[in-house]
Design a protein. Structure first.
Length: 194
C-alpha cells in the first residue's frame, strides 16, 4: 500500500502507538481489494472473510425483505470501516449483503491477523473498546431516530451529518436507509433545505 493509503489507515487507529518494527508488521497484514460499481462484496449466506477499511468509494449494507427489496442498514465510505462485522467476528454466515455503490478501493485484514493485532499490541484493546462502543451507540441512535422522528426530520438529520460521498449515491438507497418511499425522499430533497 502506498504512503497516502497507509496514512489514512493509521489515522483510523489513533489510540495505537507503534515502534518501527511493530509498524512494519501492522502495515504488512493489510491487502488492497478493489470492487467495481454494484459488485457484491459479501453475499448473504456467506461468511465475511475480512474487516475492511475504505480508501475510496461507498458501500451499502442491506438485507432483502420478503418482497425481495433491498432494506439498507448502513453505509461505509472513505475513511470508515466496512464489512459485515457480526459475521466476521462470529464466523457465522452473514444475513446481510455488502455492495459497492461506487467503485471501491479498500484495505482488508483477515480474522487471524486482526485477532493477532490485539495480542501483539495492547493499545488495540483501547481502540477496540471505543470502536465497538461507537458502533453500538450509532445503532441505538439510528433506532431512536427511526422510531421517533418524522420523515422530514430523519431526512434533515441525515443530510446534516452525512459526508458528501453519501449525498451522491442513488436516492433509492438513501430512501431505504431513512425508511421512506423513494417518492417521499425525492419530494423532501426538492423542498427541504438543511
Amino acid at each position: 500500500m502506498d504512503d497516502q493509503a497507509y496514512g489514512l489507515l493509521k489515522s483510523f487507529f489513533p489510540q495505537v502507538r507503534f515502534t518501527a518494527e511493530q509498524e512494519s508488521r501492522f502495515r504488512g497484514v493489510w491487502t488492497e481489494k478493489c470492487f467495481d460499481r454494484y459488485a457484491l462484496i459479501t453475499e448473504a449466506g456467506n461468511t465475511e472473510r475480512y474487516f475492511y477499511f475504505v480508501l475510496e468509494g461507498v458501500q451499502a449494507l442491506y438485507i432483502l425483505n420478503d418482497r425481495g427489496e433491498k432494506v439498507v442498514l448502513g453505509f461505509s465510505y472513505a475513511g470508515s470501516p466496512s464489512g459485515v462485522f457480526d459475521s466476521f467476528v462470529s464466523r457465522q454466515a452473514s444475513s446481510t449483503f455488502l455492495e459497492a455503490l461506487k467503485p471501491s478501493r479498500m484495505l482488508a485484514i483477515n480474522l487471524g491477523d486482526y485477532l493477532a493485532l490485539f495480542e501483539l499490541f495492547p493499545d488495540f484493546h483501547a481502540w477496540g473498546h471505543l470502536f465497538f462502543r461507537n458502533v453500538l451507540f450509532g445503532r441505538l441512535s439510528r433506532e431512536v431516530e427511526l422510531l421517533t422522528l418524522s420523515a422530514e426530520e430523519r431526512y434533515v438529520a441525515f443530510m446534516q451529518r452525512c459526508p458528501k460521498e453519501l449525498k451522491a449515491i442513488p436516492q433509492k438507497y438513501l430512501a431505504s436507509y431513512l425508511n421512506m418511499k423513494p417518492e417521499t425522499f425525492s419530494r423532501l430533497r426538492s423542498s427541504v433545505r438543511y
